[in-house]
Write a new protein. Structure first.
Length: 363
């Protein structure tokens, strides 16, 4: 039985609908991320689970118990927010100990637990530090230690890395997952950042305008977006119309680029079907004009833009009159690119091509 079951949740604020029939389950010890753009309803959903908002319809079950009549303070859930909400007039020790004192723990048990939590987040010895003496990353670790100290039955995190700069966020993504997994806490995590979600979550739930678009493990969601919305939200711009010409295991699809072979054909798509063809940004590699005898999945275009990004080089390629494609190549490929507006030849990896139903679009 799942630890948390969210069943048919609806929520509106006045005349504005926010959540529409949202249903999913979270297993014990799982990290599930609610991912989507601002305004899609993910924070409202988190607040409903926490008991800070009430749903208009639907049910919440935790370990088989209906939460409808369980007040916030009886649910035993932990909350961690973007601004950390630390007490500036208390030191690190007292911030972490605050929730334990509110629960009536004795002083000896509090001291042991605070020491354990600070060690867990690599802040052992920081007990007497004042909050203003800490870096943003250290404050984030204190907030996490405080949230974990009472051993919450469910930890909910709302954009916990949102106030940090990109470099620090990159550093803390993997660390946050390591800590959550080490302690074995079940977590519901909200973010609008796909890299953050993919780095931390066991499963992601992508929301669009209050509805669930796709649920799955990060790698599967990235490789097989379920809709145009998901593809666009994940930064995938290369979407073409096509028609399936042959069956799996290596379906071929006719497109404006020519005949493409792919490995990402979803069940239910058959020969003759109109489809949307997704070319992932990492699907392309450079090939030379002298290596074109085997023309499978080779496309020809002009290099329109080139942006070097260290480990990657982002290119924009024009094909024909109205087709523009964007790919990300390894940084070392920058030396082999032609000048702007010159011909360019690319080979597409069949594993980097997916087929979506032609009707899958944005609501």
């Amino acid at each position: 039985m799942p630890l948390l079951t969210v069943a048919g949740i609806h929520k509106s604020f006045g005349e504005t609908p926010v959540l529409h029939d949202v249903s999913f389950a979270v297993e014990r010890g799982e990290i599930v991320c609610l991912l989507g753009p601002s305004g899609c309803g993910k924070t409202t959903l988190l607040r409903i689970v926490a008991g800070l908002e009430s749903a208009d319809a639907g049910r919440l079950l935790f370990d088989g118990q209906d939460l409808a009549q369980v007040p916030v303070h009886r649910r035993g859930f932990g909350l961690m927010f973007q601004d950390f909400a630390l007490f500036p007039h208390r030191n690190v020790h007292d911030n972490v100990a605050f929730g334990l004192r509110m629960l009536g723990w004795d002083q000896h048990a509090i001291e042991d637990r605070v020491a354990e939590m600070l060690d867990l987040v690599d802040l052992a010895g920081y007990d007497e530090r004042q909050i203003h003496e800490l870096s943003g990353g250290q404050q984030q670790r204190v907030a996490l230690a405080r949230s974990l100290a009472p051993s919450p039955a469910l930890l909910m995190l709302d954009e916990p890395l949102g106030s940090l700069d990109r470099t620090l966020r990159e550093e803390l993504m993997g660390e946050l997952r390591r800590i959550l997994k080490r302690i074995g806490v079940t977590a519901l995590y909200v973010t609008h950042d796909q890299q953050e979600a993919f780095a931390i979550a066991d499963r992601v739930i992508i929301l669009n305008a209050g509805r669930i678009e796709q649920v799955g493990e990060p790698l599967d969601v990235y490789r097989h977006p379920a809709s145009r919305f998901v593809a666009h939200f994940l930064g995938m711009q290369n979407l073409l119309s096509g028609q399936v010409m042959s069956r799996p295991p290596a379906p071929a699809v006719a497109t404006s680029l020519g005949l493409l072979t792919c490995h990402g054909c979803r069940a239910g798509i058959g020969v003759g079907d109109a489809v949307t063809v997704l070319l992932r940004p990492d699907a392309a590699s450079l090939t030379s004009a002298s290596d074109l005898e085997d023309g499978e999945n080779v496309i020809h275009g002009q290099l329109q833009r080139c942006s070097f990004r260290g480990s990657q080089v982002k290119i924009q390629v024009g094909h024909g009159i109205d087709t523009t494609l964007v790919f990300e190549l390894p940084g070392a490929a920058a030396d082999d690119l032609p000048p702007l507006d010159q011909p360019l030849h690319l080979r597409l990896d069949p594993d980097g091509i997916s087929l979506l139903p032609a009707t899958s679009g944005e609501r």
